[in-house]
Design a protein around this ligand. Sequence first.
Ligand code: SAM
Ligand code: SF4
Length: 363
Amino acid sequence: MSLSLGMPALRRSPAQRPSTAGRPDLPGLIDSHGRTARDLRISVTEKCSLRCTYCMPEQGLPAIHRDDLLTPGEIARLVGIGVRDLGVRDIRFTGGEPLMRPDLAEIISLSAAVVAPDGEPVSVSLTTNGIGLDKRIGELVAAGLTRVNISLDTVDRDHFARLTRRDRLPAVFAGIEAARLAGLTPLKINAVLMRDTLAGAADLLEWSLANGVRLRFIEQMPLDADEAWARDNMVDAAELLSVLGRRFTLSQPRREDPSAPAEEWLVDGYLVGNSPATVGIIASVTRSFCAACDRTRLTAEGTVRSCLFGDDETDLRALLRDGADDATIADWWRAAMWGKQSGHGISLPDFQRPLRSMGAIGG
Ligand code: SAM
Ligand code: SF4
């Protein structure tokens, strides 16, 4: 079995700027399928405190050499170019596990200081497994963190330990509680939907309703380093709805934002705060939102990745370190996004998994 452990072979050298043939002369991160990226996901590390079976290999990802990681100053420079020159408005730090970076507060504070041309501050958020968040929430909020999504797939401690290969559920609960107390609400909880987690899905929803957090289930994608994902065994949104429907009455409200990946279902009879409770379902495989995708990604080593499933990467770190000016870097970033593929193509017969796994891209 081959494993999607390491870095892709397809990384471009700085001498090869992607083609922009046919691209209109517009400032934003447009692609040839008519989409514009404004949401920037930045991976800050490959390290993680867990080893979720749907993401990481048991031994963890190969270590990235310290000198190969973007520094806080380099990240902030790219955020500045993204926001000032390319129309980026939302910044989300991810990984690996972003809390594994000791300088995360510095990364956040330098990035949160960037101001958009219209004078609006950018939104700076984090996707995390929550472990250690209770100890760092003060410095992160002071640095400018405004929102946090926490990943949690089960509220059963033994199950959690099997699924993540680490017995750390109490630490995740402590992180969730700290985020709530710090006022980072509405707090979103992401759960990956798998055959292995389906039986506990209603318990997880019940726990989320009792704890005032917004739960979203995400269909599992073929991005696990172990390459165990199989289309004919995956749990889809329809199967989840039928399982949740045995304990809850769900009714679907109108979609407020058609480009939002989550379909929000009202959970009848429950409130979160003063609002009707909802549960989100992100059917990333069976009802892909690729046609409305507005994401652009930076890997921890500073390559632009236009799509989770596209292995072509453009090396902005090399440009940064070669002394390129902002205009040149912006130009390369636009070129990288112009060639973004139309969709993930998971259901196509010739679908091929990307070389990097989820933890090595940044989810
Ligand atoms: N460590 C952080 C965390 O777990 O939230 C951030 C990185 S993690 C790669 C980002 C998100 O990707 C998490 O919500 C995780 O559940 C999700 N994810 C990982 N592997 C996935 C897969 N194969 N399919 C769908 N989502 C996945
Ligand atoms: Fe780590 Fe997040 Fe991947 Fe789990 S999903 S192994 S917490 S990076």
